[in-house]
Structure formats: structure tokens, C-alpha cells
Design a protein around this ligand. Structure first.
Ligand code: GRF
Length: 214
């Protein structure tokens, strides 16, 4: 049977890509990674892809005049590839309106906070500054805003008195590495159906919690 194909976009170390790769090696995993794309040719995530024989595509954003040109080139390249979902896993470029419209309901992002708290950067610092009791990670549908799309699922942990930046980073990664493959598997097996107005979970709109909690 044809597996659900995902394209993973990365800009850095790619530990979340690695988690997706590791799970994809299980025979019963419902997704496979068709492509790894990066806007930075020098990142370790690309090595992880090559080491696992996953095709890669690199477009260095510094070689483009503006965001529109970068997005257009990316769209043109993606037209040649068959995939069902784009997963932003540490992808540090904002994608433009046109690109997002082209792939409406087909792009998800992993964000290191309990959205809607702390969209954007420096989430661990903000948790420490505000003495938050909980921290976590969220997977959401990508829309035109910054980390504003509909929440698909999240995972959280308690912040301890002795937590610091490094420990929050490590704890967030630990939960992300479970959350992202789980959500991709649920989408691939159609247990989650993405729609910007209404995310269906097991065929039903989850009106009560509006998201899956792991
Ligand atoms: C993750 O914390 C993710 O939430 C954020 O960027 C980080 C990427 O880490 N968007 P890695 O490259 O997967 O190790």
C-alpha cells in the first residue's frame, strides 16, 4: 500500500527530523519521509537525511532577492515531488501568503511553547522570566500568522524550581520527539483530518478540548 508521504523542512540540528526518521523505520509506521528541505546548506539535519538515504533539497535563502522569489522557487521545486504533508521541524523561515495558500491545510509546525503563549522566538527564556508553572510544545496548522494556526496537539511538563534554560530546552526536546511523530502518524492514518476551520479527530470535531493532549 502507498504510504503517506511527508516533506520535512529544517534549518538546524534536526533532532526532530531524527525522531521522525526513527519512527518511520517501524514497519507499521503509516508515514514515510519523501524529502528533507533546508534553506541552509550547512545544517546537520541534511546529514541526518543523507545518512538515511532520504532525498534532500536545498535552496539557500541568501541567494534570493526576496521572500517571494524564494517561495516561488521552492514551490516550483516541490511541484516535481509527490507528498501529502509539509512538516516544519525547526524551519526558521517565514513562508509567504501565496505559498501557504498553495498548500492550505497541508503544512504543520512544531513550536516550543504551549501556544497561544509565546509565539515567535525565545520561548524558554519567557517561561523562566514569567515563572510559568508549565511549559511544553505544540503542533499546529500553519496559517499566515506567526504561530497562530489552529492547534492540533500539545504536550506539556511541569517547570521545576531548579529549571534553567538548558534544562527547559532538553525537556522540551524530549517531549517534542514523541509529540511530532505521534501527530504525523495520526494524520497519516487519517485519525486526524486537517482543516483550518475544524480539525477532525477520529471523524469528529473535537469541540470540547479543541486539541489533542499528549
Ligand atoms: C524545536 O525546538 C522546534 O520546536 C523549534 O525548533 C527546534 C528545532 O530543533 N521550532 P531540532 O532542529 O529539531 O533539533
Amino acid at each position: 500500500m502507498k504510504k503517506f508521504k511527508i516533506a520535512v523542512f529544517v534549518s538546524g540540528n534536526g533532532s526532530n527530523l531524527q525522531a521522525l526518521i526513527d519512527v518511520s523505520k517501524n514497519l507499521d509506521c503509516p508515514y514515510e519521509i519523501e524529502l528533507v528541505f533546508s534553506n541552509n546548506p550547512n545544517v546537520y539535519a541534511l546529514k541526518r537525511a543523507s545518512q538515511n538515504n532520504i532525498p534532500t533539497l536545498t535552496l539557500d535563502h541568501k541567494n534570493f532577492k526576496n521572500r517571494q522569489e524564494f517561495d516561488l522557487s521552492l514551490s516550483n521545486n516541490l511541484k516535481k515531488i509527490d507528498f501529502d504533508l509539509i512538516v516544519l521541524a525547526g524551519f526558521m523561515r517565514i513562508l509567504g501568503r501565496e505559498f501557504i495558500k498553495t498548500y492550505e491545510n497541508k503544512i504543520i509546525n512544531l513550536h516550543p511553547s504551549l501556544l497561544p503563549k509565546y509565539p515567535g522566538l525565545n520561548t524558554h527564556e519567557k517561561v523562566l522570566e514569567n515563572k510559568d508553572k508549565f511549559h511544553g510544545a505544540t503542533v499546529h496548522l500553519v496559517d499566515e500568522g506567526l504561530d497562530t494556526g489552529k492547534i492540533i496537539g500539545f504536550s506539556k511538563f511541569k517547570v521545576e524550581d531548579n529549571d534553567n534554560y538548558d534544562s527547559l530546552l532538553a525537556k522540551t526536546h524530549e517531549i517534542e520527539h514523541k509529540l511530532l511523530p505521534q501527530i504525523c502518524s495520526l494524520i497519516a492514518s487519517k485519525k486526524i483530518v486537517l482543516h483550518k476551520e475544524n480539525i477532525l479527530i477520529n471523524g469528529k470535531s473535537d469541540q470540547k478540548s479543541k486539541e489533542i493532549i499528549f
